[in-house]
Design a protein around this ligand. Structure first.
Ligand SMILES: Cc1cc2nc3c(=O)[nH]c(=O)nc-3n(C[C@H](O)[C@H](O)[C@H](O)COP(=O)(O)O)c2cc1C
Length: 277
């Protein structure tokens, strides 16, 4: 069985989890490719390579506005139907507000593409919009205990794949949200959040046109003309704001941190990493 670990990770937490999956699979002597969806062109090339064989696809996304990042959903959508005996394990990292419907939706999407989901994980990870906050949500995560749970999930999947009859994950277990949070998730999306926000702009007095923001953007949405302009495919990851040595982006950290903390306060989801087997 070949394994592909495919992930998107603007701020690095999902990459940590993907790396942990990759190294555990390697310890088990498995053949693994690790694919970073940083740019869609690269992804398309990698995607065609691994799908020539039945495989186990480990697919990771941050939770953005209660869902997997649309780029990850688009990647799955763009896959041809899986070959028989293909399996999948969705995993998400979330910043202590809510993991929303990200896992349930991704598992269902994979199932529709003929992958049999075998396990899933939601990993608590420092909230990537709060890097300047004095107390970022989920600070310090993913930690060693979170990653130990990931290793356990990999061990379990490998054990399952060696059985004569492979047991699918009952994806109903991913329907874990309270009715209130589920209703919230139905109304939230990255597109709606973007529409509700003023577009990201820079203070031209501060910007040195160094291009650090464009280089850091994981979806190549920034061009210098001569100041940074942000295209519609921006995913709001804020890596540009974070990368800018001049703090030239107009962005109210305190207001964002306060809004996120308030949302976390209203969420009754247990703020912990959880694996589903
Ligand atoms: C635009 C945006 C939306 C987010 N939405 C949520 C959310 O709905 N729930 C949550 O718990 N965390 C949310 N987060 C936090 C991220 O899910 C979390 O920090 C994740 O681990 C980031 O992954 P990365 O480090 O791989 O980029 C959001 C972060 C950003 C930038």
């Amino acid at each position: 069985m070949k394994h592909s670990v495919v992930y998107f990770s603007p701020a690095g937490s999902t990459r940590l989890v993907a790396d942990a999956i990759h190294s555990r699979l390697t310890e088990h002597g498995q053949e693994v490719v690790l694919v970073d969806l940083r740019t869609s062109r690269r992804a398309a090339t990698e995607q065609s390579a691994f799908l020539r064989h039945p495989c186990c696809l480990w697919i990771g996304s941050p939770v953005y506005c209660d869902h997997a990042v649309p780029l990850v959903a688009d990647f799955i959508e763009g896959l041809p139907p899986a070959l028989p005996r293909s399996y999948a394990v969705p995993f998400v990292t979330w910043g202590g507000v809510t993991s929303g419907v990200s896992l349930a939706e991704t598992a269902e999407q994979l199932r529709k593409k003929n992958f049999m989901p075998l396990a899933a994980a939601k990993v608590l990870a420092v909230h990537s919009s709060m890097w300047r906050a004095s107390q970022p949500l989920a600070a310090g995560h993913p930690d060693q205990e979170d990653l130990a749970q990931i290793a356990l999930m990999v061990d379990n999947v490998i054990g399952n794949l060696q059985r004569a009859e492979i047991a699918p994950l009952d994806i109903k277990v991913l329907d874990y949200l309270s009715p209130a949070l589920r209703a919230d998730a139905a109304n939230k999306s990255l597109a709606a959040a973007k529409a509700a926000m003023p577009p990201l702009t820079v203070d031209e007095q501060r910007c040195l046109q160094c291009g650090d923001c464009a280089e850091r953007c994981p979806v190549a949405a920034i061009s210098l003309a001569p100041f940074p302009t942000i295209a519609d495919d921006c995913v709001l990851c804020l890596q540009c704001v974070r990368a800018c040595p001049q703090e030239a982006f107009i962005f109210d950290n305190d207001a964002v941190a306060a809004r996120i903390a308030a949302m976390a306060g209203r969420s009754d989801e247990n703020k912990a990493t959880q694996i589903f087997l």
